[in-house]
Design a protein around this ligand. Sequence first.
Ligand code: SAM
Length: 295
Amino acid sequence: MYSHYISSPGNTARILSKYGIKLKKRLGQNFLIDTNSAKKIVRCAGVNSKDIILEIGSGIGSLTQIILGEAKKVVCVEIDELLVRAFKEIFSEDLRKGAEGSKLELIQADALKLNYSDLVREYGINKIVSNLPYSIAATLLLKILIEAHNLEGLFFTIQKDIAERLIALPGDKNYSSYTVKASFLADFKFCFQIPANCFIPKPFVDSEVIEVHRKENELLKDPDFDIKDFFDFINACFSHRRKKLVNSLSQSGSRYCDKTELVIELLSGINKNRDIRAEELTLDDYIYLYKELNT
Ligand code: SAM
């Protein structure tokens, strides 16, 4: 293990230079260079000696090192070959397997291609603590929520614009199909903000640490419920964002194309005008429409 905090600006610079690492925007490589923020994330997640933590996008281990100091075990996922090589050298001792296995595991993989149900089961993971790569954060968050059940805690550091999409209300400019899907799956609590200058390279916006609570709603418990089909319906509703909902649906190329009259009738049943736009309906409205259109 590195004897000083990796997350100090000086140590990060030294590691990047030693391994010839040029940070890639494409992979959302904005590394945390503020040890206090890293410690605050770990405190906020209540990481303790019983926890087996999944960290997605471990980079050179800036956050990993702090989690490792508190947790029973950390399972890291990283896609970048060069970062993996550096990480393996920095954490060589922790990665070494003793009689009871190792305290640290590193999986070189694309986080979008893993199955989180399998991963959680295989390693006994009970919490996820990650500073997510910007490029895939929004998609990955939904994937994890769909696949990983029974986790005690999910704590993500994400850029502010994504956080705003998660908590937008109907009518807000950030309210989108993504908001509806995310709010179907979970509640989001803002923990604290991390200023952009705590990362290298400095992103355009600040980041938010959020706590995510997966919802256990009736539909998710229904074995016949197909979440992909529900999300396809939401996508069809938002397919022409500035248009009226009924027009979006009729031009969506989906199986709802010829259901305009029924949709108008259903909207009227919940006191909504036939001219309403997708961004004006709530999650409950969407659940109602979907159920009615599919019974
Ligand atoms: N954990 C480090 C920190 O807090 O400084 C790095 C976080 S950085 C925001 C995101 C990390 O995710 C980068 O190391 C990047 O290479 C990695 N990454 C990007 N896309 C990925 C993917 N599809 N699968 C796994 N890791 C990915």
